[in-house]
Design a protein around this ligand. Structure first.
Ligand code: IMP
Ligand code: MG
Length: 183
């Protein structure tokens, strides 16, 4: 377990061991669903990179990896405005792709990405997320694989940041709301 406990952390929500175990289960489920095929994992920079690399190693069918980056508004939460700041390196036409996210909150980011990627004519497109906060959903999105459902708390670690910090924690922790300054 990472020894860093940042200021403002209220409690550990998912310790590293629990995340590892769950990622292995989800990787096995993905392998079963796509058995006999090649799968392209598409990570959303930067939040999903820690999850993506662990997930890829938990999958036992051939995978390719590509990444895109979206423009995001720094600080807490998100708005409905999404733009691709760095696109995929390669075409996804005819491929089976799985979009890999760190967290789905309102759903705006993922809805935009799924629509954008669908326009590139993949054979299939799925959605996998480390965390799902359904209580704050504004637009519905089809989640195929999820590691954990969480309540209405702001979380950091395992890729998730607060003002670009703390992505490197190997656990996921809840921040005390009083410690969050509105950006
Ligand atoms: P959505 O478009 O509202 O679904 O926002 C999802 C994005 O907001 C995620 O990809 C994160 O970058 C960010 N986000 C939402 N909740 C949290 C959180 O609790 N911690 C860190 N980032 C978050
Ligand atoms: Mg993100």
């Amino acid at each position: 377990m990472s020894s860093l406990i940042p200021p403002g952390v209220e409690r550990v929500l998912f310790p590293a061991e629990q995340i590892e175990t769950r990622v292995r289960e989800v990787g096995a489920a993905i392998s079963e669903k796509y058995r006999g095929k090649e799968l392209k994992l598409i990570g959303v920079l930067k939040g999903s990179i820690f999850f993506l690399t662990a997930l890829a190693r938990a999958i036992d069918i051939p995978v390719k990896i590509d990444m895109l980056a979206i423009s995001s508004f720094s600080g807490k939460g998100s708005s409905g405005l999404v733009r691709i700041a760095k696109d995929l390196d390669d075409s996804i036409e005819g491929e089976d792709v799985l979009l890999v996210e760190d967290i789905i909150d309102t759903g705006f980011t993922v809805r935009y990405l799924l629509q954008n990627l669908a326009g590139r004519k993949p054979n299939s497109i799925g959605l996998c997320t480390l965390l799902d906060r359904t209580s704050r959903r504004i637009v519905q999105v089809p989640v195929d694989f999820r590691c954990f459902e969480i309540g209405d708390h702001f979380v950091i670690g395992y890729g998730l940041d607060y003002r670009q910090l703390y992505r490197n924690l190997d656990y996921i922790a809840v921040m005390n709301p009083a410690a969050l300054t509105k950006a």
